[in-house]
Design a protein around this ligand. Structure first.
Ligand SMILES: [Zn+2]
Length: 154
């Protein structure tokens, strides 16, 4: 199949094209603070970021691959360098030209994104389990202390 190195049609792989990510900056509540310089929506999209902003975090973006959240952008920030600084081995940064993303790239990125997601979930689950165990220990200690007090009182 000769098509595997063709640029990816937009309908495959959500937010994997620059244009799709740029589109996320066009939502009604987006008032991106920079329309010139290195930190424009286009530069953000080219660096793998899409817009997640809210009223409280108007410049919140997330990487489509490593899912790293970033905000607090300054007019002189270069999105790609910042991305690299925070997540040096993000799979997105290994793509040389974000406009020529291939099906192969997307499959690879999907895999990496999934791995990142699983690791995040795993850490979250571990945190919850630890908290649960700690809670149970406390309850047990409490129950043991109560039983002791009851035993002494009888
Ligand atoms: Zn990334």
């Amino acid at each position: 199949m000769a098509g595997s190195r063709e640029p990816l049609p937009v309908e495959l792989g959500a937010l994997y094209t620059v244009e799709e990510r740029l589109e996320t900056f066009r939502v009604a509540h987006c008032s991106w603070p920079f329309d010139s310089g290195p930190c424009t929506p286009l530069k953000m999209a080219e660096a793998g970021f899409y817009f997640c902003g809210t009223d409280r975090a108007p410049d919140w973006v997330r990487c489509v691959v490593c899912h790293h959240d970033m905000e607090g952008w300054e007019a002189t920030d270069d999105p790609r360098s910042e991305h690299k600084k925070h997540v040096p081995n993000c799979g997105f940064l290994k793509i040389k030209d974000p406009y020529k993303i291939t099906v192969e790239n997307v499959l690879d990125l999907e895999k990496k994104a999934l791995e990142t997601f699983i690791q995040k979930e795993k850490r979250e689950l571990e945190k919850q389990m630890t908290a649960m165990v700690e809670g149970m220990k406390e309850q047990l200690a409490h129950a043991a202390a109560e039983a002791k007090t009851n035993a002494q009182n009888t």
